[in-house]
Design a protein around this ligand. Structure first.
Ligand code: HEM
Length: 178
């Protein structure tokens, strides 16, 4: 018998001898992981929405106001990129541990999820659209970096960040956000 079998069985036996159900402990661990990730994802979202909206307004003001591109404009665009990428990472893990993510699809079936607007929003639309907005922000950021003059730089940011902002605001689960 392999050593890993013993490593797996020893805590089970130890907890059982103490009268503790090991499976219950695993469920508790998963519940703590889920609520922690949901908490981080929920509060980090305030920063994401705020920074992406400000970066978009700044890009539009720079483009329409024919402003000179400054280091602060670069920092703002980069900050929006970073906070969105971090939210994407947290969201991806959350998708696999949340009862409203992958579990909703595997427990109820795709047909049921697609018919229920709330379930569809959390398990399908929100994850897909947020993946898309991260891609849009990444493309806009890298395209603007390749331009050498102020107006084309602002133009790239304005186009991609504006589309990303509209999509993002359209697929936030506003009803359950605390
Ligand atoms: C990148 C921008 C994103 C923003 C701004 C965002 C924002 C939010 C907000 C505000 C909520 C509601 C939180 C609450 O209940 O208080 C939420 C929930 C959720 N998000 Fe995101 N999210 C993003 C990306 C993602 C991605 C990429 C995924 C998965 C691939 C994802 C998966 C989820 C899931 C599964 C929930 C439901 C959690 C639950 O209630 O069990 N999110 N998100």
């Amino acid at each position: 018998m392999s050593a890993s079998f013993f490593y797996a069985i020893i805590p089970t036996l130890a907890f059982r001898s103490l009268g503790v159900n090991y499976l219950l402990l695993i469920q508790l661990k998963q519940a703590i992981m889920y609520s922690t990730l949901q908490f981080i994802h929920s509060y980090w979202a305030y920063l994401v929405v705020f920074v992406v909206v400000i970066a978009t307004i700044n890009a539009l003001a720079g483009f329409f106001g024919k402003k000179e591109y400054q280091p602060k404009d670069f920092r703002l665009a980069l900050f929006a990129l970073i906070v969105t990428h971090l939210q994407l990472l947290i969201g991806l893990i959350l998708f696999f541990v949340s009862p409203n993510g992958l579990q909703a699809i595997s427990n109820n079936g795709m047909g049921v999820v697609m018919k229920d607007s709330q379930m569809r929003l959390l398990a399908i639309e929100h994850p897909i659209i947020m993946l898309l907005i991260t891609a849009l922000i990444t493309i806009g950021y890298s395209k603007h970096k390749k331009k050498l003059v102020s107006t084309p730089k602002f133009k790239m940011l304005a186009i991609f960040y504006t589309i990303a902002t509209i999509f993002m605001l359209s697929r936030i689960p506003w009803g359950q956000w605390f």
